[in-house]
Design a binder for this molecule. Structure first.
Ligand SMILES: O=C(O)CCC(=O)C(=O)O
Ligand SMILES: [Fe+2]
Length: 370
């Protein structure tokens, strides 16, 4: 990877974040909203039904970059199951077992992430996490046997608790992951329609896709209080950031906490909507669409006295895929701003910037030692 590409991934992201955080204009936020989109017509045999859902997705992606989806077909039992496993992982698994899966032992950002180990915006964060990536056993289709990691390697990088330490954990994780993976592939077809591309445009790029998932735990607030955007926050769950891949599918427990930055710099709560996933555009898709689709800054603050659990799934195309700006996003007024890039290269560089010293996961695990 040449250094221009690296610099762009680093500076582009942080410059974008800084410009969004410092933009406190009082201009109207219209049409900033987080629409709830019932995607059941997207499973219809009629193209016009599917296109109608895609059109709603497009209007969310060019404005707030966030939307909820309902009637998505993932059974409720699968969603409640994974949230229960998250709770078991964080509460029941002894610390010494978690230590065996510490993120510092991974070059790919996988494993147990104690709250102090990573930081996005330099904040002290209260979240604790557990991260893993795609493996064929988690894919209902079985994949195409060509999966490559973010860094182009092919070894199996995931850490899992021993079955005896957390019986049934892996099975529930697998059942959840395989459902959201298929849903994400389905959504990519809707994204294709939303971008005036053939519906199958992205299919061949998601045969062995990147898909990092996390279990997240946010402890209850020390000082529970209602949302008030005018108060400077001290207890940040997860600092202000945008996501890195194509789009994120987020499942959260019934506790609120996710906040989204509107164009005028106003933090706006995105409360849990029962039975939904929150979908947001991430930076790689923003880049690929030449900035037409918005990757919006968000953060998490648990202001309640309840614990909060969430399960984001960050969906990417195949990491070994190189892409150029989508032609339907290039116009005379908006010429292509970006050179071609390999998906894994961009995403790994973005992930690296979240480690304590910014030097990242790749190639030098020693830099993580505390
Ligand atoms: O926990 C949440 O609700 C959001 C998590 C998130 O934004 C992330 O992990 O990127
Ligand atoms: Fe995020």
């Amino acid at each position: 990877m040449d250094s221009t590409t690296l610099d762009e991934a680093r500076a582009g992201a942080s410059a974008y974040l800084q410009s969004r955080l410092s933009n406190k204009s009082t201009s109207s936020d219209d049409p900033f909203e987080i629409p709830i989109i019932d995607i059941s017509p997207s499973f219809s045999p009629s193209l016009s039904d599917r296109q109608a859902v895609a059109d709603k997705i497009r209007s969310a992606c060019i404005s707030s970059g966030f939307f909820y989806i309902t009637s998505h077909g993932v059974p409720l039992s699968i969603c409640s199951g994974i949230l229960r496993e998250a709770e078991r992982f964080f509460k029941k698994l002894p610390k010494e077992k978690k230590e065996l899966m510490h993120l510092r032992n991974s070059k790919l950002g996988y494993g147990w992430e104690p709250s102090e180990y990573t930081s996005i915006a330099g904040d002290v964060e209260t979240k604790e996490g557990f991260n893993w990536g795609y493996e064929e056993g988690l894919d209902k289709t079985g994949g195409d046997g060509k999966y490559v990691n973010l860094d182009g390697t092919t070894y199996k990088g995931n850490f899992w608790p021993e079955e005896a330490d957390l019986p049934g954990f892996y099975t529930v994780v697998r059942d959840y992951y395989s459902e959201v993976l298929q849903l994400a592939r389905h959504l990519f077809r809707l994204f294709a329609l939303s971008l005036s591309l053939p519906e199958e445009h992205f299919d061949s790029m998601t045969t062995h896709p990147g898909g990092i998932a996390r279990l997240l735990y946010y402890p209850p607030a020390k000082d529970p209080r209602p949302f008030d955007p005018s108060v400077m926050e001290e207890e940040i769950g997860l600092g202000a950031h945008s996501d890195y891949e194509c789009f994120t599918l987020l499942l959260c427990s019934s506790s609120p906490g996710l906040e989204i930055l509107s164009p005028s710099g106003r933090w706006t709560p995105a409360p849990p909507v029962p039975g939904s996933f929150i979908v947001n555009v991430a930076d790689f898709l923003m880049r690929w669409t030449n900035g037409v689709y918005k990757s919006t800054v968000h953060r998490v603050i648990n202001r309640s006295k309840e614990e909060r659990y969430s399960v984001p799934f960050f969906f990417s195309i195949n990491y070994d895929q190189t892409v150029e700006t989508l032609p339907s996003c290039i116009t005379e007024d908006n010429p292509s701003k970006y050179p071609p890039i390999r998906a894994g290269t961009y995403i790994l560089e973005r992930l690296n910037t979240t480690t304590k010293d910014g030097k990242g996961y790749y190639g030098n695990s020693a830099v993580h030692d505390n």
